[in-house]
Design a binder for this molecule. Structure first.
Ligand SMILES: [Zn+2]
Length: 237
């Protein structure tokens, strides 16, 4: 699971959107790999269509809920701490406005303004919206731009589901003999594409990222297929 969007509290609007996009691509990867290895494992043991459909759907739903829950908890606790910081700042501005003005002046001085300019900026920003000025410079928080935990939960569930649909269709649509090879091929091609996309968004090497994902995905599929096949042929299931 990825929570890259929480890494950059000081990020610009564009940076945050890119982080969201990257988190979405990685969420889709989770859906592809976990449901693909699940259905390939079941396909190693049985050719029963109903068993494949049930296993795949259960994996999709369980995975999407688990992703949403993890994201909800993580974003909620981040938001709680941001709300606590905002409340503390508001209280400090109310009880000791002079120290807070001096603090804001000092922060602008550290950013390279002269004493006089820093003081002028601090005075004008304090008159305009003291809380917003302190939150931005001191804490890097924009009060109107806090991440909503429900949005985060919903988008990671959607990303996971979008990825999970691919192996589900790849295992169910072809005739039995073709199921596993078609799923392997579809998954590895999709992982190469999403790996390259995620790397491009994050500014790292697309080739290296694709190769890592394809090798990891191939190992996951091979392992579950092998286990499914062994269990199926030894008559355990
Ligand atoms: Zn302050």
């Amino acid at each position: 699971m990825s929570q890259t969007h929480t890494d950059e509290p000081h990020g610009t609007g564009l940076g945050q959107r890119l982080n969201w996009l990257r988190a979405g691509v990685l969420g889709a990867n989770d859906g592809i790999v976990s449901v693909a290895s699940l259905v390939v494992g079941v396909a190693g043991a049985t050719t029963d269509n109903a068993a494949l459909l049930i296993a795949g759907l259960a994996g999709l739903i369980g995975g999407a809920i688990s992703m949403a829950l993890g994201e909800y908890v993580s974003v909620s606790s981040q938001r709680d701490s941001e709300h606590a910081l905002i409340a503390k700042e508001r209280e400090e501005l109310r009880t000791m406005p002079e120290q807070e003005l001096a603090e804001l002046t000092e922060l602008y001085r550290q950013r390279g303004l002269s004493e006089q300019t820093a003081h002028q900026v601090a005075v004008e920003l304090t008159a305009h919206d003291a809380l917003a000025a302190h939150l931005e410079v001191e804490l890097g928080i924009d009060q109107d731009d806090l991440v909503n935990p429900w949005h985060a939960a919903l988008s990671s569930a959607i990303a996971f589901t979008a990825g999970a649909i691919l192996p589900l269709l790849a295992i169910l649509l072809p005739p039995p003999a073709w199921r596993v090879p078609v799923t392997f091929a579809a998954v590895l091609v999709a992982l190469a594409a999403t790996g390259a996309l995620a790397a491009r968004i994050g500014g790292s090497s697309p080739v290296r990222s694709s190769i890592r994902l394809v090798i990891g995905g191939a190992l996951a599929l091979a392992a579950t297929w092998l286990i499914g096949t062994l269990l199926g042929t030894t008559g355990v299931v």
